[in-house]
Design a protein around this ligand. Structure first.
Ligand code: MN
Length: 196
């Protein structure tokens, strides 16, 4: 595997009412880039150990891969599930499924916000194909609390590097403003793909 840092699908200042240009730059160019580098160096280390038949550092390399790859996947979704043309509410089949599984859209959103306020990492809306069900999942770090077989449809990064420079401790304001830039059309495409 050779992980690559994806380009942002918009300018650094495009989401400025929700996330400042400065935070977007740090977050994408330093933090996400760091996870991409972490994936590749873990992969390189594992490859060297396999070739040498020396597995003395394997456990730490495997843990490093998991941490960094989970971060890479979730950040890639995070950039793509926001847009300067975002906001509003889910529609189409995703909207119907949210209403079916959570009782109402408002219920879903309140539950998701609780995940986002409590997590030490991420809040995710995931689809679990084997149950044909959506769930809100709070994740610590990038992977603690992950649900196997679930596909993230919407991700919100609530690590402090994601909002503290802009909002200080007012994480709730960041969450409110995140909803102003959610690209529901992207979420609907992902849901369509993983539930099809
Ligand atoms: Mn982050």
């Amino acid at each position: 595997m050779n992980a690559e840092l994806p380009e942002l699908p918009y300018q650094y200042n495009a989401l400025e009412n929700s996330i400042s240009e400065q935070v977007m730059e740090w977050h994408h160019d330093t933090h996400h880039a760091g996870y991409v580098d972490g994936v590749n160096s873990a992969e390189e280390g594992l490859s060297e150990q396999r070739e040498a038949g020396d597995f003395s550092d394997t456990a730490s390399l495997l843990t490093s891969f998991t941490h960094n790859y989970a971060g890479h996947v979730l950040h890639t979704l995070f950039w793509n599930n926001m847009s300067p043309d975002g906001g509003g509410e889910a529609s189409g089949e995703l909207r119907d499924k949210i209403e079916e599984d959570f009782g109402s859209y408002e219920n879903w959103r309140q539950e998701f916000e609780q995940a986002a306020k409590s997590a030490s990492g991420w809040a995710l809306l995931v689809y679990i194909p084997r149950e044909d069900e959506l769930h809100n999942v709070p994740v610590d770090d990038h992977d603690e609390g992950a649900v196997w077989g679930a596909h993230p449809v919407l991700s919100l990064d609530v690590w402090e590097h994601s909002y503290y420079h802009d909002y200080g401790p007012a994480r709730g304001d960041f969450i409110d403003n995140f909803f102003e830039v959610v690209d529901w059309s992207h979420c609907e495409q992902v849901f369509d793909r993983v539930s099809g």
